[in-house]
Ligand binder design. Structure first.
Ligand code: NAD
Ligand code: NAG
Length: 465
């Protein structure tokens, strides 16, 4: 060892003279070539170590830089769909704080009926989230929404749903389920009894264009939400979340039952929903979270999703544009178990009402907790050609149909729900047939977009409501 054995602390309490003496003797000793080599080696190592530490610190502090620039280049939209971790803790804490904001959250979260629930609804500015938030609020439950308003489809539709909810006293916070500090803050401000988790990257074919958005929202976001619910929220909330009928994938048993196999997903979307069901099992098992997964079957209705066939068909038929109608690879008709939004809302509310409490706290399980999965469908598959002819009737216009074989990119040819489990456990009973439901959708569509003719049964009233 080249350094004198005296420690730095002993250097501090000796006088100036003895310091110089020690220094001189030290210099004499380090004059040997051997020691010179050793100290330059030491200097080299110290520099290297400093560089590594600096790089490490930089990476830890700035992961969003790389994620964000990737997202920007893959999407021209104003908000990235690759939403994970682009919200830093500093941005969320500065945006969501202050007494006024907290008061708004508490107000919106407070139930107005005896023994009412307090529900955090993620994806509340989405199609299903808007309807569920409204139904819960109307019966006296407290509701706070969370949505990142991404531009997977027209964000102005999401903003209009947010305004509509605002008029009914539901606050929808603009934020991402990957933002841990924001979620913690929300649970800090309001003791939610339930989470209705509907935020997700939806759509089957878009997964080939932007696969990472499915991983970010449906896997990373789900894990982040479960983490906060298990470890931070006190008490732990019960969770009801949206899986999908797409988990049945290549299953050919009909009608689809919860007992059927779901290990052959046909799209990345389906695979992320299936992964979510397995992740739910883990969080239930380790932390005692009460979790219910709902497998929705092709939900449609007013305030619906523009990327879905019934919606885009309506738009294109009215514009006189041709529509593409799929037939299956073996030439058979493609059919869907279309489920009207009000029926799905009743199913979500029924699942919330029968959800038992989570059993853990502070990241520790205290006993076994409820874990459930249910189909929510209409139990009556309808060929897509029939969907088109109903729309033609309602719109008073003939569609220009372009019938092609369905590409093998994720869609399945046929879905049909067996809902006897949900019927048994919370009296789920779909009551709206496709024609009745589509009439309500078209009525909303022409009102919302201000379309005058040539719609039959249209009716202009109820603009944006
Ligand atoms: N509509 C259907 O037919 C159907 C069928 C099966 C399953 N589902 C599932 O039901 C749920 C609701 O679907 P929907 O039709 O209302 O879709 P939607 O796209 O209208 O609603 C989802 C909402 O979540 C928001 N969101 C997405 N990623 C987010 C994130 N990381 N953080 C915060 N918000 C985020 C979106 O902005 C959107 O408003 C989804 O989980 C979907 O996968 C829907
Ligand atoms: C529906 O599923 C239940 C189990 O949940 C099963 O007992 C019943 O036989 C199924 N019905 C049909 C028509 O397959």
């Amino acid at each position: 060892m080249p350094a004198p054995s005296s420690s730095s602390s002993s250097l501090l309490d000796t006088g100036k003279g003895s310091k110089i003496e020690r220094y001189n003797s030290y210099i004499r000793r380090v004059n040997s070539a051997k020691i010179m080599a050793a100290s330059s080696k030491l200097l080299f190592r110290a520099t290297l170590l400093t560089a590594v530490v600096l790089i490490l610190l930089f990476t830890l502090n700035y992961p969003p830089l790389t994620t964000h620039s990737n997202a920007q280049s893959s999407s021209s939209s104003h908000r990235s769909l690759l939403s994970s971790s682009f919200l830093s803790s500093s941005s969320s804490s500065s945006k969501y704080s202050g007494a006024a904001w907290e008061k708004q959250v508490r107000n919106s979260a407070a139930p107005r009926r005896h023994n009412g629930m307090s529900v955090l609804v993620t994806g509340a500015a989405g199609f299903v989230g808007t309807h569920c938030s409204l139904a819960l609020k109307k019966r006296g439950d407290g509701v706070v929404g969370l949505d990142n308003f991404n531009s997977y489809y027209d964000p102005s539709l999401k903003r209009d749903r947010q305004s509509m909810l605002g008029r009914h006293g539901v606050l929808v916070v603009d934020g991402d389920i990957n933002d841990g500090p924001l979620l913690s803050k929300l649970f800090d401000v309001a003791a939610f009894t339930h989470i209705l988790h509907l935020a997700a990257q939806a759509g089957v074919r878009y997964a080939m264009k932007n696969p990472q958005s499915y991983v970010a929202s449906n896997i990373a976001g789900l894990v982040n939400l479960f983490e906060i619910a298990a470890k931070t929220a006190d008490p732990q909330p019960a969770i009801v979340w949206a899986s999908s009928s797409s988990v049945y994938g290549l299953n050919t048993n009909n009608p689809f039952s919860e007992l059927h196999r779901t290990d052959q997903p046909a799209s990345l979307y389906a695979a992320t929903k299936k992964a979510g069901e397995e992740i739910a099992h883990t969080y239930n098992h380790i932390y005692g979270l009460s979790i219910t997964g709902l497998r929705f079957f092709t939900v449609y209705g007013p305030w619906g999703r523009p990327d879905m066939a019934y919606f885009s068909f309506t738009k294109d038929i009215l514009a006189g544009k041709p529509i593409t109608v799929f037939k299956s690879q073996d030439g058979k008709e493609v059919a869907r178990d279309f489920t009207y939004i009000d029926d799905v809302v009743k199913g979500c509310v029924g699942a919330l009402d029968t959800a038992e409490r989570s059993t853990g706290s502070g990241g520790k399980k205290r006993g076994p907790a409820q874990l459930r999965v249910y189909n929510l469908g209409n139990t009556s598959p309808v060929p897509v050609t029939r969907l088109v002819s109903i729309l033609e009737g309602l719109l008073g216009t003939k569609a220009k149909k372009n019938v092609v074989k369905m590409p093998r990119n994720g869609d399945v040819p046929f879905t049909h729900a067996n809902v006897s489990l949900a019927a048994h456990d919370f009296a789920y009973q779909p009551t709206t047939d496709l024609e009745t439901g589509l009439r309500k959708f078209v009525k909303w569509y022409v009102g919302y977009y201000g379309i005058k003719s040539p719609v039959k049964n249209g009716g202009g009233g109820g603009h944006k409501e």
